[in-house]
Design a protein around this ligand. Structure first.
Ligand SMILES: [Zn+2]
Length: 95
């Protein structure tokens, strides 16, 4: 059985999939008994889809994220370009 402080120290390792089977069992045993840690675990699960996600999903996930960011950047540039065009049209019309 691990203490609340030990469990708190293991949260990062748990989500990074770095706990041994024995440590994971002790961690889960504490979670079952500790409301504070249950709430914390639920909050962290909501932020990260699954334990081990960062280890296994990292490379592909990062690539997909980069692709999305790249696409968003292109969309933002396109919107800015259209806005600038409309701005100049508006200026020319006023003359
Ligand atoms: Zn606890």
């Amino acid at each position: 059985m691990i203490s609340h402080e030990q469990a708190l120290a293991q949260f990062d390792a748990y989500f990074g999939n770095r706990l041994s089977r024995e440590e994971t069992r002790a961690f889960h045993a504490h979670i079952n008994d500790c409301e504070d840690c249950r709430v914390r675990l639920r909050a962290m699960r909501a932020a990260a889809p699954a334990p081990g996600f960062t280890l296994r999903g990292a490379p592909g996930q990062d690539e997909r994220l980069q692709a999305i960011l790249r696409k968003n950047r292109i969309i933002m540039l396109a919107i800015t370009a259209v806005m600038v065009c409309f701005f100049f049209l508006f200026l020319m019309k006023r003359r």
